[in-house]
Design a binder for this molecule. Sequence first.
Ligand code: HEM
Length: 155
Amino acid sequence: MTHLGFDHNLLIGLHIIAVIAWMAGLLYLPRLFAYHTRSAPGSEMDETFKTMELKLYRIIMNPAMIAVWLLGLTLIWFDAVQERWGWAFLLTPWMLVKLAGVLFLTTWHHYLGRARKGLAAGRRDRSERFWRATNELPFLVAIVMILAITTKFAF
Ligand code: HEM
């Protein structure tokens, strides 16, 4: 294997590790919200969920999202420049699907961040049913993104 190949594979590996951590948070946080909405503001359960959600968001999700972005952007540069694909690959259908998915996941991440603040302030803006119904959205989007990037639609 060439040195260039190893760098690329290492970057992809690190990118996937960061993606796993980010996805874990995106899938777990709404599940905490579903239980949290049941608790009375100011109760012991409320305080426990507040702490769990804050730590999950700040310690796992934010750094993981930043790492995914930094490694993803580095991979774009790597593919365009080192692998000599040129920048036009950004407009291929598989990359556009990938970028649309990333945009959705990033928006969802920030939406969850605002919802976390609302719950911490004692508001119950969304129902338990809402959090259960939307819980799988990031996973469905991730499935489409991952198959787009691994197959590159070359069936
Ligand atoms: C945040 C912005 C992101 C950018 C800019 C980005 C960009 C990239 C690029 C350029 C590659 C290398 C493609 C190749 O050389 O074949 C890649 C690989 C990959 N990405 Fe991302 N990505 C991002 C986020 C994500 C997310 C959120 C997921 C999953 C939900 C993901 C899953 C993957 C996987 C599985 C691979 C490996 C594909 C393969 O080896 O064939 N990425 N990414």
